[in-house]
Design a protein. Structure first.
Length: 118
């Protein structure tokens, strides 16, 4: 059974940085596409970023491109989202996801809250 467990969320000031982690069990991250979605209060869930099985291709939404960076550690079977230059509109619950088609993930973590506020 596949389990995704996020950590690293919290409260940060605008312009600050946070790093989210996703510990994966039940499947090697070299065998599945990994990514992050987020959901802000009153809004639908939206795609944030993804990384292919071999780590060679990474994708970002226009809202985070140039500020967020996805990476993975195959030895730890973990995925990370480094978030820089945070904005209040980045406030959301962030979900680690995995699947064969990243825009329709097969697996979701429980989510971690990120709040950007002064």
């Amino acid at each position: 059974q596949v389990h995704l467990v996020e950590s690293g969320g919290g409260l940060e000031q605008p312009g600050g940085s946070l790093r989210l982690s996703c510990a994966v069990s039940g499947i090697p991250i070299t065998k599945i596409i990994m990514g992050w979605f987020r959901q802000a209060p009153g809004k639908e869930r939206e795609f944030v970023s993804s990384i292919m099985e071999n780590g060679g291709s990474r994708y970002y939404s226009d809202a985070v491109k140039g500020r967020f960076f996805i990476s993975k550690d195959t030895a730890r079977n973990a995925v990370y989202l480094q978030m820089e230059a945070l904005k209040p509109e980045d406030t959301a619950t962030y979900y680690c996801v995995a699947g064969r088609i990243i825009l329709d993930p097969d697996y979701w973590g429980q989510g971690t809250q990120v709040t950007v506020s002064s």
